[in-house]
Write a protein that binds this ligand. Sequence first.
Ligand SMILES: Nc1nc(=O)c2c([nH]1)NC[C@@H]1CN(c3ccc(C(=O)N[C@@H](CCC(=O)O)C(=O)O)cc3)C=[N+]21
Length: 276
Amino acid sequence: MRTIDGRAIAKTIAAEVTAEAEKLTADGVVPTLAVVVPTDDEATAWYVRSIERTAARVGITCRTERLTDPSAADLISLLDELSADDSVHGIICQTPLPDGVTLAEVGEHIAVGKDVDGANPASLGRLAAGLDTFAPATAAAVAEILRQEKVELTGKQAVIIGRSMVVGKPAALLLLADNATVTVCHSRTRDLPQVCATADVVVAAVGRAEMVTADYLKQGAIVIDVGTNPTDDGGLVGDVDAAAVAERAGALTPVPGGVGPVTTMLLMRHTVQAAS
Ligand SMILES: Nc1nc(=O)c2c([nH]1)NC[C@@H]1CN(c3ccc(C(=O)N[C@@H](CCC(=O)O)C(=O)O)cc3)C=[N+]21
């Protein structure tokens, strides 16, 4: 089994994004990403630090807006304000959101042109319609990794495990646009391992530690692991049991070092695109 190096892929994209950010800055436009942080969840805090670090490295200004226990109305008024602010080019609202608040309802208040993490339902609709738009960075990372690894998708079977608005659904649309035959599975899918075992490409985005084992895979399948599940000892594991699939998979994205770093970098690429 080949291990796909997400950090190396992120590095390649970083070079391109840095050059683009430099050009914009020379023209008097400092690419700026607003990060709205509505809850103080630990995984989110890590991602926000990573966004801030990566932005600094590629020449993007990061403006972090922390809210304490906000209502939907509080979030909406901040997102409306950022959407109208000409000095802000990209906006990401971190999940999880406070109880009872949905990403779709607040996402509607992120201007589509600044919606660098594809949270506005209109962005997802545009993606479905084949219009120019930003896909959620994680879903975009899945497609980007397959492209960079030169995995030809035309006519291939792709199975996505997970139907969320941030990963499963947009990833399905992106792979469909690359001519794969796409199946989306979820918690109610019957005979999940057998369905997955028909796939040339498996995308695991369920959020259950090491759930995907060898019996889910056909020999040689390409496996993209989107899971980031914290372990008791402070580590991180994916949705795929990497040791269990080693003999069966053709290639696998590791956790950490796979989809995560590409996700963060694509958020940066989207931000310079939004500023252009
Ligand atoms: N609106 C929204 N969009 C998101 O995309 C989003 C979010 N909210 N909320 C939080 C989660 C979490 N998330 C991660 C991204 C990268 C890594 C990542 O790069 N992890 C490193 C390792 C981290 C470690 O070692 O602890 C890696 O995989 O190599 C992790 C987690 C995006 N999220």
